[in-house]
Design a protein around this ligand. Sequence first.
Ligand code: GP9
Ligand code: MN
Length: 634
Amino acid sequence: MLKKEWPKHSILAIAIITTWLKTYIVYKTSFSITIENVLQEFILFINPLSMLLFIYGISLFFKSEKAKNRYMVSIAVITSIVLYGNVAFYRFFSDFITLPVLFQTENFGDLGSSAAASVFWTDLFYFSDVLVILLAIKFINVKQDKVVSSSVQRKAYYVLALAVLFFNLGLAEAERPQLLTRSFDREMLVKNLGMYNYHLYDIYVQSKSQAQRALADGSELVEANNYVRANQIEPSEDMKGIAEGRNLIVVTLESLQSFAINSEMNGQTITPFLNSLTEDEDTIYFENFYHQTGLGKTSDSEFLLENSLYPLSGGAVFFTHSGNTYNSMAESLGENGYSTNVQHANTKSFWNRDIMYESMNIDEFYDIESFEVGEGEAVNWGMKDIPFHEQSVEHMTEMQQPFYSRLLTLTNHHPFTLDEEDKLIDEYDSNSGTLNRYFQTSRYLDESIEVLFDELKEKGLYENSIIVMYGDHYGISDNHNEAMTQYLGEEVTDFTSAELQKVPFFVHIPGYGEGYVDDEVGGQIDMRPTIMNMMGIDTSKDIQFGGDLFSEEHEEFVVFRDGRFVTDEVVYAGNVCYDKETGEPTEQELCAPYIEQAFTELEYSESIINGDLLRFYDEEDGQLTTIPDVELER
Ligand code: GP9
Ligand code: MN
């Protein structure tokens, strides 16, 4: 029986196997997908299979042999087009296709003309499975069997397909935890899910946000805007325009938490240079400043910085809403005569930056391609921070001034590995290798900042710039509480954990002369209004959820992305209200009024992103653009 049936599905088997193998060969020859170990290679190998089983398997439902064959050829053609489309795109953009790029007409125009210029006859290989299937149909004599596949057979087949899918997902989860919820990199998605599954996932993510967008109209903005206006504060008069016309350099201090500043580890100073800045006459250091990022980590911090909106509760907004209209700090500075860019020695598709930066109107992105990584200059995630800063400043010498240049550091990133020669202090001695190494990489990051300052001075860029630096998010998660308890000498409770969300925030203004340590409670949401006021740009009509940290009116209320919050008196975490001073639980009433407000604030910000509501807003005159008769509160 089995023997008899085998030939019946031979075309199906041939189709699946050839498309599968072809896809794997294309992965290996037409894309540069980094493979670090055998497991990753295995995942890459099996990842086309589940989807191919599903779609080719539909042929089992066809009655006529002809229709069945025609269907399989069509699938081979469609999957080949998808694959080849990605190859063509990759040749020019070193990235995989995602729906938003197809709608960004400029991108597409570029692609069209350049792709046409280099179509080779060898590209026919990308369609080789179509040919194999056609030949198989022609020459293989499939046993003619009047009986259509039984439903039991089809069920068994789809159980197998599902099993392959879950096996693949399981391996991917083991290799890259939170791959789907965080979805940090297209390459990672393709590597773990496969090209075809990736596209389905991309379609799902993008259509979900498109649907929410389509349902939204400008009227929802009225409420959010009213809330923003009701909480709006007057920025500081003293700091207004203090850096007007200067270059603005914003440095993201990867994974740096405030506990490393002005403290020691086994008698060794962790961040000597940054410590010196806290006492520097040209620096204001904020010691009660918190990160507010969610799953989007670094990219969320960039989002907060540029827009003064909260990132999303699920997923990374850089991925899910990269097609939105934003009124970023870069855009405003651009309108005020600044050239704007981001420098980061990593692949540009990481966190979907290449696409999101276009939406935020950042003129240029110096990604890994703009840097020369010499021998010994890469570790862990990529280029080391010291050569990165040297080359970044080199780039600055060529920028049109005044510029806004944002530098994203990378060395102090989990798993915090360093080359021997860059270890300037010893490891710590806890049971967490992560924490032990963290001190060393933080020390290296600190060293690299000193290099940055020196380079700026040497290149004559220092005096006419303002340098703002902030820690993006935690480096040491709650998984290392035991080791942290040892380091801090006190148990890490929910209260401590919330306080550990403090990240450093430095405002360094060469020539300022009145530096101090500021204990104002603030968060990343406040960076945009604080910086813009110093740059002399009026943001009174912008929709921002933060406020100028230098203003007398600034409200000491920081909402974390997960709903926890901190004020100057209380910390609310794990549904318990703590006294900020003592860390002891206190009366719930002290937190009660803020609980609702924290929620409302996150909701309004989320509705703006989900509905892409800023497309209805004209920040020039603070008016809704589509519903002219709605009067906004001012
Ligand atoms: C990657 C870098 C680190 O480009 O920004 O990302 P993270 O994992 O910290 O979000
Ligand atoms: Mn980061």
